[in-house]
Design a protein. Structure first.
Length: 431
């Protein structure tokens, strides 16, 4: 579908010219591992719904084991149809060591696309937030309040369409292929300083960010829009300048850029900078201190032919003059891997964040282990590849699934409609 392939020749040419703008293109220092040793694929798959596009893991019931929830998008069709996509979330409850029981699915709107876990109603138990891409039932944001015993109470919030333009893909009759705002990503934090959790979502179809303020008694108030031309696809809240307030960074899918907003601490955001992402179709953005200098860096993955991950090193404010690119494929004009999700976590326990990417086209998960020392650039990464004979990796979540004290990776698999686990260490480690 058009949502999966939206790089016109004009956009490809634009990206090619943008790649020369950055101050320094730091080369990848990467030693390929002879054998994949950090993770052991678990022998069992766990069934979920059709086409899981997002996954989260958290201990929702307090038994010490992480549950798994997937957003099962299904196949998206004409938004005017009665059921333009699937509308369910699979909920797998952990019964013990790698033993999961499927619960009745949770219901959001059509094409649930983005998931987040946050303590919204209580500081002691996590809740679930869902952004839907084709919310034809006016449930753009769904909030599932954790009421215990593996049960949730649902509330739904609408973004009024009269305030949203449609800016993306149209069919041959010039009709919108998707609905607006087309939520693809959500981030949670106290952005206005009132002590409650707010939600910011990417409204990709309408070139906006959506700010849902946390509100006592109602959970979330009326959303407002933040202009984000360029197709914001992934957003994250992070304090870039160390002033105690959350700023915003976004991967701009259509314009192939990274955009940064300064948070004012009262729910207002000021655009600060934009710069080329050094690839086509930047799809995910994460913030982490990759080189251990105490400053937040930005990690961006691309899902088109570049097959690349780029680290933009921060200066402690809003500058990112140095960058380092890691390329998975050999031909930038062909999609060899198609990175569809990215997780950043310290998998080896050396105090440095590593990177894992879900590669849909090549049916594998690639882990880039951060073997650098000190703050010297470029950094050194070691790659490990984990292939799947059944299913295509689409989304990742990190948690300690076997409770051995090390972070594992849950992989949502298309075609197999299942979740696979990559366990950090040997299969029989843990409780």
């Amino acid at each position: 579908m058009g949502e999966e392939r939206m790089a016109s020749e004009e956009l490809r040419e634009r990206v090619g010219s943008m790649k020369t703008i950055l101050l320094a293109a730091l080369s990848l220092s990467c030693a390929g591992a002879a054998w994949a040793e950090t993770f052991t694929p678990h022998g069992q798959f766990y069934s979920v719904g059709p086409n899981p596009v997002a996954i989260v893991a958290a201990d929702f019931n307090g038994n010490g084991w992480p549950e798994i929830i997937t957003a099962d998008r299904g196949l998206m069709s004409d938004p005017s149809e009665e059921r333009p996509a699937n509308d369910e979330l699979a909920f797998l409850v952990a019964e013990g060591d790698l033993d999961y029981t499927a619960q009745p699915p949770l219901r959001a709107d059509f094409a649930p696309y983005a998931l987040a876990v946050a303590n919204v109603a209580s500081p002691r138990q996590p809740d679930l937030l869902v952004g839907s891409f084709m919310a034809t039932r006016q449930r753009d944001l769904s909030y599932f309040r954790n009421i215990g015993d593996n049960l949730f109470e649902s509330s739904h919030f609408n973004v009024r369409g009269e305030y949203l333009p449609y800016t993306q893909v149209r069919d041959s009759d010039e009709q919108p292929v998707f609905t607006r705002p087309g939520i693809t990503s959500i981030t949670v934090g106290d952005f206005n300083g009132n002590g409650r959790q707010d939600v910011i979502a990417t409204g990709w179809s309408s070139d906006v960010l959506l700010f849902f303020p946390g509100r006592e008694g109602e959970h979330f108030g009326e959303p407002r829009t933040i202009s984000a031309p360029g197709g914001a696809r992934s957003v994250e809240g992070v304090d870039l300048d160390g002033n105690g307030t959350l700023d915003l960074v976004a991967a701009m899918y259509s314009s192939h850029e990274v955009a940064v907003w300064r948070g004012e601490g009262d729910g207002q955001f000021e655009p600060v900078t934009r710069f080329p992402s050094r690839g086509r179709l930047p799809h995910r953005i994460r913030a982490a201190d990759m080189n251990g200098n105490g400053r937040k860096d930005l990690v961006v993955s691309h899902c088109y032919g570049d097959d690349s991950v780029v680290i933009f090193y921060g200066d402690g404010a809003f500058g990112f003059a140095s960058s380092q690119e890691m390329v998975l494929g050999e031909n930038r004009n062909a999609i060899e891997h198609e990175i569809r999700d990215m997780a950043v976590a310290d998998f080896t326990g050396n105090g440095r964040p590593d990177i894992a990417v879900a590669c849909y086209a090549s049916s594998r998960v690639t882990v880039m282990l951060n073997r650098s020392e000190g703050e010297t650039l470029p950094q050194r990464f070691e790659m490990e590849h984990y292939s799947f004979e059944r299913g295509r990796p689409r989304a990742l979540s990190v948690a300690d699934f076997n409770r051995n004290g090390r972070p594992d990776i849950a992989v949502a698999l298309w075609e197999a409609n299942a979740v696979a686990l990559l366990l950090n260490g040997d299969e029989d480690e843990g409780e």
